[in-house]
Design a protein around this ligand. Sequence first.
Ligand SMILES: NC(=O)c1ccc[n+]([C@@H]2O[C@H](COP(=O)([O-])OP(=O)(O)OC[C@H]3O[C@@H](n4cnc5c(N)ncnc54)[C@H](O)[C@@H]3O)[C@@H](O)[C@H]2O)c1
Length: 250
Amino acid sequence: MANLKRFTGKTVIVTGGCRGIGLSIVERFANEGARVFALDYVIPESGTQLFDNEELNSLTSYLQADVTKEESVKAAIDEILKTNPKIEILVNNAGITRDNLVLRMTEADWDSVLSTNLKGAFICTKVLVRTMMAQRFGRIINIGSVVGTMGNIGQANYSASKAGLIGFTKSIAREFASRNILVNCVAPGYVRTPMTEKLSDDVKQNFMNSIPLKRLAEPSDIANVVCFFASDDASYLTGQLVHVDGGMAM
Ligand SMILES: NC(=O)c1ccc[n+]([C@@H]2O[C@H](COP(=O)([O-])OP(=O)(O)OC[C@H]3O[C@@H](n4cnc5c(N)ncnc54)[C@H](O)[C@@H]3O)[C@@H](O)[C@H]2O)c1
C-alpha cells in the first residue's frame, strides 16, 4: 500500500465497520490519517478497541447502532458530532444475507435483507446528509455487490437489495451534486470474509469458476477502491458503479 495520508483531518463513518470488509475500510482510512467511526450493531469480539495497534486505535472508535433504526443511527451520529462537528465521508457497508430459493424464502428473510442493505443506507444517508449539505462537502460510498447486476440463484432478496442500491446511488448523486456531495457505489465480487466463509463448498467452487482472475478478493481490495472514491482523485466522479470482482461481471 502506498504511504499516502489523503484523509488527515477528515472524519469518516463506516457502517458494519467491526469486521470483514467494513473493518478493512476503517483500517485503510485510519492508516491514511482519518478519524474513523465504526457503527455496528454487534459489539466486536475485541471489545471496543478495533485493532491490536495503539496508533490505529487512537484514530478509530466503535459505536453501537442499528442501521435499520433511524433513532439508533441519529443517536450515534449526534454523539460523533459532539466532538467532530464535520463528517465528510460515509460508507454504507452494513449488509446481511438470508439466502434461499424464492419458493422457500420467508417474508421475514426478504424484509430483513431489504431493511438492512437498502433501507439502512437510506437512513444513514438521510441522518448525515444535512451535515454534509451545511459543510458543502460530502462523499458517500455505498457497498453493493456483483449480484446486484448479475443476479444469483438463492439470493433474490440480496440481489434485489443491491440492485436497489444502484438506483439509490444514482438518485442521490443527482439530488446532492449541487452541494458538492458525491455518491458512488463499489460492488465487490467474492471476498474472503466471515459472510462468505459460511457458504457451502459447492457455492464457493461455482464462484471461483466464474472469476477470470481465479482468486478471491481480499477485503483490502475493496477498501482501496472505496478510499479512491473518497479521495480528491475522484472529485469528478459521481453516480458511478465499479465492480471490484476480478472480472466476474464484465
Ligand atoms: N463478502 C463478500 O464476498 C461480499 C461480496 C459482495 C458484497 N459484499 C457486501 O459488503 C458488505 C460487507 O460484507 P462483509 O462480507 O464484510 O460482511 P460481514 O458479515 O463480515 O460484516 C457485516 C457487518 O455489518 C454489520 N451489520 C449487519 N447488520 C447491521 C445493522 N442492522 N446495523 C449495523 N451493523 C450491521 C455486522 O454486524 C457486521 O459487522 C455488505 O454490504 C455485503 O453485502 C460482501
